[in-house]
Design a protein around this ligand. Structure first.
Ligand code: ZN
Length: 219
């Protein structure tokens, strides 16, 4: 039985609800609105913990025709306590993840919405660096790299959405040899925005498979 919502499921639900409220503004035909609403509810329902009263209240609210964006935001807040958030990591835990980094810039925890984060990403603008902590094969791994100050419009390698991206050159240690290879990918400048656009784990996992240190090849 499902008792929680994952962060990327929450992003998916939020996206679906936003699409629905946008459709309400554009569609005058009540029958079509009903059809769009039914489809949205059908897509969201399997992701919700069925026994949760908050989830039931959310679904009841969602059944309202022409739900406003403000009302939708309030409804989504009902689901927040059901989301398994990204864990808060201590400075010590982070320095363990990024062993090689001296004077690691810390994430701004106070400004983070942990229920929206499938991975944690933050920029060290002064040093043109980006740090990522992400779930991979049942643990959290750290990826760091150079992050270009030049932002362009393009598709992000993590969330697969068109937006403001920049070139991320990750430095990864190749298997056993001690040599470093650099791999370039365009990813969202704002990792918090990226997380809100990340609605499944597959694209993140694919990205991590490409950039992570290749442990599995080691004998
Ligand atoms: Zn992204």
């Amino acid at each position: 039985m499902k008792t929680t919502i994952t962060t990327y499921e929450y992003s998916y639900i939020t996206q679906q609800v936003n699409n629905l409220t946008s459709a309400y503004l554009a569609v005058n035909d009540a029958q079509i609105r009903l059809a769009i609403r039914a489809k949205t509810i059908a897509q969201i329902t399997p992701l919700l913990p069925s026994e949760s009263l908050d989830a039931q209240q959310f679904l009841t609210g969602l059944a309202t025709d022409r739900l406003s964006r403000t009302a939708a935001t309030k409804l989504l807040e009902l689901l927040v306590p059901l989301v398994e958030p990204f864990p808060t990591l201590s400075t010590k835990q982070l320095s363990k993840i990024f062993r090689k980094v001296k004077k690691l810039k810390q994430p701004e925890w106070a400004n983070l919405q942990l229920h929206e984060l499938t991975y944690l990403g933050w920029n060290d603008g002064g040093n043109q660096k980006k740090y990522l902590v992400a779930p991979f094969e049942d643990r959290l791994i750290g990826i760091q790299g150079e992050f270009s100050p030049q932002t362009i419009k393009g598709v992000c390698a993590i969330c697969q959405t068109i937006g403001n991206v920049a070139l991320f050159l990750s430095t990864t240690k190749s298997s056993g040899l001690g040599t470093y290879t650099k791999k370039g990918n365009y990813i969202c400048r704002d990792s918090n925005q990226c997380n809100r656009q990340l609605t499944n784990l597959e694209t993140l996992t694919e990205f991590l498979t490409v950039v992570q240190p290749q442990r599995r090849n080691r004998k």
